[in-house]
Design a protein around this ligand. Structure first.
Ligand SMILES: Nc1ncnc2c1ncn2[C@@H]1O[C@H](COP(=O)(O)OP(=O)(O)OP(=O)(O)O)[C@@H](O)[C@H]1O
Ligand SMILES: [Mg+2]
Length: 330
């Protein structure tokens, strides 16, 4: 079987717990460690307003966008030999995503996230599970026949397979899009630079771009120039409600977001990254890719669950396509 894209990364079960206003407090930067904090009274019982269970994880979320956009896609991840793992696989099948490369592991349970959502924000508690321990031996390299790899964040121990996956792709002429997670970024510049030199599309959020480049996040142009020098292809930086900026080496493309209030933001990054690659594969046009990415992310955050709002091919949601400003990099 030849695929357009194979995705790698996490496959989890997500539980969304909607907190009721008044049942929690947000402590300001001065009162807590590491920025603002979500705070509950110690020893208390907290009733929640709403509960929803779905599946998540970057590899599975992005695969659902690719499939929705009419691409042939398979997921490569690891789940536990348990109900959670079955739920992940079942949901992917509903989206017509190929699940044959998903390994059921006997040692670890399926990863689990509890998403505490409040106001427009959320704090996520993560139980490390099978997908965080994806190793080279779990990957059926000889069966991976595809045009593209999409590497969603490879967290914890899985970050170690970043290098081998890129090396394999280069050897086979497979193109690579990467949205690295913190564990990958923390591998350090010495390990990362040769890997990033092979990348066709690098997708980062503002914080990740700052962490990777070692430049303050306000210095956007400095970050872009530095990172663009490290990769061979396109650099994409997402900036939450401020939109996104893309650089292909010659031009800078900037787009805002439609003015919407998010209902639940989980999956926004995955929806943007996979929407961007889908758009690029459809039209080979960066402006169009940004518009599709933004529309997909906008729609994603209007629903609870990382997959529930994803657009289908030909749909654009109820917002107009965003304007994309194109300027020479100079
Ligand atoms: N509050 C918001 N309002 C409108 N659009 C948003 C908002 N948050 C995110 N988006 C859309 O989603 C895209 C990706 O969001 P963001 O930069 O927060 O990614 P991320 O930090 O990687 O997200 P994730 O937590 O899912 O990994 C943005 O470029 C934007 O199009
Ligand atoms: Mg992200």
């Amino acid at each position: 079987m030849n695929y357009d894209i194979i995705t790698f990364g996490s496959g989890t079960r997500d539980t969304f717990l909607r907190l009721k206003e008044g049942n929690y407090r947000i402590l300001g930067e001065g009162e807590s460690v590491g920025g603002q904090s979500l705070c509950f009274p110690l020893g208390s019982k907290i009733f929640i307003e709403d509960l929803q269970v779905s599946t998540g994880g970057g590899a599975t979320n992005t695969a659902c966008t690719f499939s929705n956009q009419g691409l042939r896609v398979a997921v490569c991840t690891k789940v536990g030999d348990d109900k959670g793992g079955e739920a992940v696989i079942e949901e992917l099948k509903k989206f017509k995503v190929d699940t044959r490369f998903i390994k059921k592991d006997k040692q670890y349970l399926t990863a689990f996230s509890a998403i505490l959502s409040f106001g427009r924000e959320r704090t996520i508690l993560i139980y490390r599970g099978a997908c965080h321990f994806l190793e080279e031996k779990d990957i059926p390299f000889n069966k991976l026949k595809t045009k593209w790899f999409y590497l969603a964040p490879l967290s914890e121990k899985s970050a170690q397979i970043f290098g081998p996956l890129v090396k394999f792709a280069v050897k086979k002429g497979i193109k690579i899009a990467v949205n690295p997670g913190n564990s990958q970024i923390n591998l350090g510049q010495k390990i990362l630079k040769p890997i990033l030199g092979q990348i066709d599309i690098l997708i980062l959020n503002k914080k990740e771009a700052s962490l990777l480049s070692g430049i303050e996040k306000e210095q956007e142009m400095d970050i872009i120039r530095k990172l663009k020098g490290w990769i061979k292809g396109i650099l994409v930086i997402t900036k939450g409600k401020e939109g996104s900026v893309v650089c292909d080496g010659k031009y800078i493309y900037k787009a805002k977001t439609p003015s919407v209030l998010p209902l639940e933001k989980t999956g926004a990054g995955d929806a943007y990254g996979s929407g961007f690659l889908s758009g690029l594969l459809e039209k080979n046009d960066i402006k169009y890719a940004i518009q599709l990415a933004t529309a997909n992310a906008t729609s994603c955050i209007q629903k609870i669950g990382a997959k529930n709002g994803l657009l289908k091919k030909g749909q654009w949601g109820k917002w107009p396509k965003v304007k994309v400003e194109k300027k020479s990099l100079g």
